[in-house]
Design a protein around this ligand. Structure first.
Ligand code: HPA
Length: 250
């Protein structure tokens, strides 16, 4: 079993875990990964914006990253996303457990099935996030001192700009709960390569139009980050490949 933590904004290392940095190249590019050592030699860490947050959402090489995880033998991924809260059910600095998404990204390399030679593949997204790992997040949240709220629908925007108030109103009407710029195409690329995927969203602000101006909340962020990482590791280690959901290719 090899598992991965795919960190977003604010998640740039795995505190207390020794790692070896490694670059993994494939036909899509090169991914920078960190391989856990000792008791964590089954964990791969990848931080999608880079450890100094130099890669913006629309420039992340999602295919190179996901293919690198696959080639390292990763079977299950837990991802984190910093987001804006659209609805009141997902307070800032508490976790939303993702169950669904609305994809408004464009112009990104969004599929591995883009070469005739690979044939035709349509990954099923009826259950984009593994129910077993998602339930485990909810079960273990309290132990890691972090409040988790189930059932979040993630709206993926292209960025790097933030949204307008009218766009947020539209996303509310469509059933979005949180908004961010990176979950797509990451989720379905992982599905195309047969990996299980679960994710949490950490609201760091109220979305546009919900306050006079966007205010990024930084209070407690260090504590929350540490708790989030421990929670992710615990979820990955207390679930197994056998019980986790892999989206089907139709
Ligand atoms: N919108 C889009 N992405 C984000 C936001 C937001 O309000 N906050 C953090 N990432």
């Amino acid at each position: 079993m090899t598992v991965a933590i795919l960190g977003g904004t604010g998640i740039y290392n795995l505190p207390g875990i020794e790692v070896d940095a490694k670059q993994v190249s494939n036909q899509y590019g090169t991914a920078q990964v960190y391989l856990g050592k000792g008791a964590h030699s089954d964990v791969v860490f990848l931080t999608r914006h880079g450890i100094k947050h130099t890669t913006p959402p629309h420039k992340v090489n999602y295919r190179a990253n996901i293919k690198a995880l696959k080639d390292l033998g990763v079977t299950r991924i837990m991802a984190t996303y910093a987001v804006g809260a659209i609805t009141t059910g997902y307070p800032v600095m508490e976790l939303g457990v993702l169950r669904d998404f609305l994809d408004f990204t464009s112009g990104r390399e969004f599929s591995f099935f883009d070469e005739i030679e690979r044939g035709v593949g349509h990954v099923e997204m009826s259950a984009p996030f593994c129910a077993v790992m998602s339930a485990k997040i909810l079960e273990l949240g309290t132990k890691h001192n972090i409040k988790c709220h189930d059932g979040a629908t993630y709206v993926a925007t292209n960025g790097p700009r933030f949204e307008s108030p009218a766009e947020i109103k539209m996303y509310q009407m469509l059933g979005g709960d949180v908004v961010g710029m990176t979950a797509c195409p990451e989720i379905y690329l992982a599905g195309e390569l047969g990996m299980s995927f679960a994710a949490v969203a950490l609201p760091i602000n109220l979305a546009a139009g919900l306050e006079e101006k966007i205010t990024i909340v930084e209070d407690n962020i260090e504590d929350v980050r540490g708790n989030m990482i421990n929670l992710m590791l615990d979820v990955l280690k207390s679930t197994s490949d056998d019980e986790c959901h892999i989206p089907k290719l139709l």
